[in-house]
Write a new protein. Structure first.
Length: 93
């Protein structure tokens, strides 16, 4: 893998656009090549410094948001309904 290809993969990794075979090849290169790990660390540091210089935080790696479970909302709804029913039957207390 050439240096230009590595730089392209690092930039795509920072942008969150690295998928499929490219991601697998990139991860394998990181596991086997200390210079590639150092290049990624430098790129992450530069990306962070650029974000700080521009006055905005620059996330190093974008991760997709985890889907929210419906259970906390259901439990909160049941608790609110129970509280309202309690007020109807026991308004004093």
């Amino acid at each position: 893998m050439s240096a230009e290809r590595l730089e392209d993969l690092i930039q795509r990794h920072l942008d969150g656009d690295l998928v499929g075979r490219d991601r697998d090849a990139f991860e394998e290169r990181l596991m086997n090549d200390p210079a590639a790990r150092e290049a990624l660390a430098r790129a992450v540091q530069e990306d962070h410094e650029l974000g700080v210089a521009l006055g905005r935080p620059a996330p190093a790696i974008k991760r997709p948001a985890r889907p929210m479970s419906p259970w906390p909302l259901a439990v909160a709804g049941l608790a609110a309904a129970a509280a309202l029913l309690g007020l109807l039957f026991w308004p004093d207390g």
